[in-house]
Design a protein around this ligand. Structure first.
Ligand SMILES: Nc1ncnc2c1ncn2[C@@H]1O[C@H](COP(=O)(O)OP(=O)(O)O)[C@@H](O)[C@H]1O
Ligand SMILES: Cc1ncc(COP(=O)(O)OP(=O)(O)O)c(N)n1
Length: 268
């Protein structure tokens, strides 16, 4: 039976990041896509123009609407912007206990716009982070969480361990912001797993973090082990960047359905 995967995230009307990217990624993995909106964001491939947070009551009501009606096999959490949003999501997920929780600790969009207010960083760390089966910070996010600068692969390992010590069951420190390559490192609480990856020279990287965490949630729901779920997700994003079509005037989205389009003969 098709697995049901829930995104709790902000929007992107240009379709590359946030809820849109999450839902496309779930579908590309054969999962049924559910989504709860935390903030309506005005953004496109060129940047973020502004956003409005959804009230905590309405977020709670959306989560209730999903869980009272449908079995959820995995949850992915993205943009949470303010402490009230973080608290209501944590309370509701404690109530409903989904099998897997993947958290992308979104802080700042690549374009530079903050999607998490500075006052919410501590709440994210104390309230949400310990609920993560896997937390997926990029390098700047891992630096904020640990308070240490990260340059080498060794620094990434140390950061993953330090963040796991804060309560996340597993931590994937993503290397998309590295200069040398795009190696990601997973610490599963016991061992390190290395996902070596060539860095693609591309402007189609909008929403890579959203898509990666959603692919991990889908793969976990579909029964893969965590190391395999991360490996398959990394490959999905790599292929998505490599085969992206140019959309928009700035940093475009990845190709979320490359494998399906290839099978259908829709690729060039
Ligand atoms: N230019 C790139 N080439 C290859 N892989 C990339 C590139 N940019 C990002 N990735 C991969 O995309 C995923 C998201 O990484 P990252 O860009 O660090 O996250 P975020 O979008 O949260 O900033 C990671 O698996 C990373 O290795
Ligand atoms: C609504 C929303 N959520 C998250 C992001 C950030 O997306 P991410 O995958 O981390 O990468 P960039 O889009 O910043 O490249 C977003 N932009 N919008």
């Amino acid at each position: 039976m098709m697995k049901h995967v829930l995104s709790i995230a902000g929007t992107d009307p240009s379709g590359g990041a946030g809820a849109a990217a999450d839902c496309k990624t779930f579908c590309a993995h054969g999962c049924f896509a559910l989504n709860v909106i935390t903030a309506v964001v005005s953004q496109n491939t060129q940047g973020v123009r502004g956003y409005m947070d959804i009230t905590p009551d309405l977020i709670a009501s959306q989560i209730d609407a999903v869980f009272e009606d449908i079995d959820v096999d995995a949850v992915k959490i993205g943009m949470v912007s303010v402490p009230e949003t973080i608290r209501v999501i944590a309370d509701k997920l404690k109530q409903y206990q989904p099998p897997y929780i993947v958290i992308d600790p979104v802080m700042v969009a690549t374009s530079g716009h903050r999607l998490l207010v500075p006052e919410a960083e501590q709440t994210l760390k104390e309230v949400l982070l310990p609920m993560a089966d896997v937390l997926t910070p990029n390098l700047p996010e891992a630096e904020v969480l640990t308070g240490k600068s990260i340059e080498s692969l060794h620094d990434m390992e140390e950061a993953a361990k330090a963040i796991a010590a804060m309560g996340a069951k597993a931590v994937l420190v993503k290397g998309g912001h590295r200069i040398a390559d795009a190696t990601d490192i997973l610490f599963d609480g016991h061992d390190f797993h290395y996902y070596k990856g060539k860095r693609l020279e591309s402007t189609s990287t909008h929403g890579t973090g959203c898509s990666l965490s959603s692919a991990i949630a889908s793969n976990l729901a579909n029964g893969l082990s965590l190391p395999d779920a991360v490996g398959a997700a990394k490959e999905y994003v790599f292929e998505g960047i490599a085969h992206a079509e140019p959309i928009g005037k700035g940093h475009g989205p990845i190709h979320h359905f490359y494998e399906l389009y290839k099978k259908a003969g829709w690729t060039k």
